[in-house]
Design a binder for this molecule. Structure first.
Ligand code: FRU
Length: 519
């Protein structure tokens, strides 16, 4: 029986653990991949982070310290399916060029589920050493025998390379209590934790003076917009309001939702205020869910603590819980999006979260390929572009009913990125992007642009098996994986039902020269 789109087809990876006895789960997790390596092994992305091998899910412990951005992640060191969950580790000096390091927090009697990391500058925990602050990880320990989920602390005195377990700090006797995001709240001089009471669809707020002793402050949710089986991976941060009153700031609460987002799992977000104790929704906030991305592959997003220039930067796990296990890559299964800078603005009465690839990506741009005033007709015109690039495009649809950029492989499979002027829809269509991956994979994902000029501009990031489309200043994003049948990808552009004009296209190959050990 097919279960496309039904609840049965969507389950958080850890849920398998509650349905299957631990021993069986572990055997499954360490067994050979469920399928033969994808035809010719789908090429690894060049500038998106993927571990060199094995299973990866959520980004964890995002923190900046001493010149390094840390990206820890949910990782199975022993196989390419979910299991033995530990914290993998990568570092970067610029949020783009990542170097994978050994596992930082291994599985013990508990798996190390998602969480966050802080630098304890004031040594409130006493974990600092030799006058240097500790990096403190706060994460969910999942006990496969009891299925209990509680919050654990471990600390590092060597820049995140190794961690000393401190132990359990918060246990409410729940099997659905996970993914603590901790940050320093200056006005109350307290650490704040936002953590999911997952199946209750609550983001629960705790505070602490020392990262060990946690006091419950309040719960946010469920809201009229809550749907699906759960909320996971909450985040809470303050953003300046672009174009707002001088110094105006708002708090953003984001949560990942295990299913019933438009394309399966996804993220939703809220604007409000936060006083260190309680998150209160902005008056008039809509009862409809507001999604972080219109594609299918942006999940478990989390933001960095302590970015030196004050930017708020987040990153997502580029997959969907519907088919995360079926992603046909080998020997690694799991990919992050590019790191994205966030801003908050208004569009009429609506609030918009705008996302843009971090500016550091631009320094990896190779020689530009430029096109101006190119007439586009039904006959596809080939563009001599590569598979890993950063593109800006301004398009006049003129009389066309649809204009598309097509990425075609040697077997004729095609990923289509397009614009339909009548409905002002931008879209990514992966209905025929490659051989069958999973029943829930094929699809067309759309975002609607607000009323405006006939000419539109967008930015497109492509890296071999992922496309990230940013339109309308990044207030509309579509993030989608795709998998080819065979051979190299060829770019072309075409129009349906009339003629269009590419006013300007600039495409830069993104070239990262990694040390040999990282290739
Ligand atoms: C989200 C999630 C988290 C959990 C982790 C386990 O994908 O289910 O809620 O901590 O994955 O790997």
């Amino acid at each position: 029986m097919k279960t496309v789109g039904s609840r049965a087809s969507v389950s958080a990876p850890w849920r398998l653990a509650s349905a299957i006895p631990a021993a069986v789960l572990l055997a499954l997790a360490t067994s050979a991949p469920a399928q033969a390596p994808w035809p010719k092994a789908d090429p690894a992305p060049t500038f998106h982070f993927a571990p060199q091998r094995n299973w990866m899910n959520d980004p964890n412990g995002l923190v900046y310290y001493d010149g390094e951005y840390h990206l820890f992640f949910q990782y199975n060191p022993h196989g390419d399916r979910w299991g033995h969950i530990s914290w993998g580790h990568a570092v970067s000096r610029d949020l783009v060029n990542w170097q994978e390091l050994p596992v930082a927090i291994p599985e013990t009697e508990v798996m190390a589920f998602s969480g966050s990391a802080v630098i304890d500058w004031k040594n409130s925990s006493g974990f600092g050493k030799d006058g240097k602050p500790a990096m403190v990880a706060i994460y969910t320990g999942f006990d496969p025998r009891t299925r209990n989920q509680s919050q654990f602390v471990a600390y590092s005195n060597d820049r995140g390379r190794t961690f000393t377990p401190f132990g359990k700090v918060l246990d409410i006797g729940s099997t659905e209590f996970r993914d603590p995001k901790v940050f320093w709240h200056e006005p109350t001089q307290r650490w704040v934790m936002v953590v999911a009471k997952a199946t209750e669809k609550k983001a629960s707020i705790y505070s602490s003076a020392d990262l060990k002793d946690w006091r419950h402050e309040s719960d946010f949710g469920p809201t009229p917009s809550s749907r699906g089986i759960n909320w996971e991976c909450p985040d809470l941060f303050e953003l300046p309001v672009e174009g707002g009153k001088a110094g105006e700031k708002k708090w953003v609460l984001s949560v990942s939702q295990g299913n019933d987002a438009p394309n399966g799992s996804g993220g939703q977000w809220f604007v409000g205020s936060f006083d260190g104790h309680r998150f209160s929704l902005e008056p008039g906030w809509t009862d409809a869910p507001v999604w972080t991305d219109q594609g299918a592959d942006f999940y478990a997003s989390a933001s960095w603590n302590g970015v030196p220039d004050g930017r708020r930067v987040w990153i997502g796990w580029a997959t969907n819980l519907r088919y995360a296990h079926a992603i046909p890559t080998y020997p690694a299964r799991g990919l992050m999006t590019v790191a994205r800078t966030l801003s908050l603005r208004r569009e009429g009465t609506a609030w918009r979260l705008a996302q843009a690839p971090v500016r550091e990506l631009e320094k990896y741009r190779g020689a530009v390929h430029r096109v101006t005033n190119l007439k586009v007709t039904q006959e596809p015109k080939v563009l001599p572009l590569g598979e890993s690039l950063d593109m800006r495009l301004t398009l006049d649809p003129m009389t066309a009913q649809q204009v598309t950029l097509n990425l075609t492989d040697a077997k004729g499979y095609q990923l289509v990125i397009g614009y339909t002027p009548a409905t002002r829809e931008i879209f990514i269509d992966r209905t025929r992007s490659g051989p069958h991956v999973h029943d829930a994979f094929a699809g067309r994902h759309i975002a609607v642009l607000p009323p405006g000029e006939r000419e539109i501009s967008f930015r497109l990031i492509v890296d071999r098996s992922i496309a990230e489309l940013y339109a309308e200043g990044g207030t509309r994003t579509i993030t989608d994986r795709f998998f080819r049948g065979e051979g190299a990808l060829t770019w072309s552009v075409s129009a349906l039902g009339g003629e269009a004009m590419i006013r300007s296209l600039e495409a830069w190959p993104i070239e990262i020269k990694r040390p040999l050990s990282q290739q």
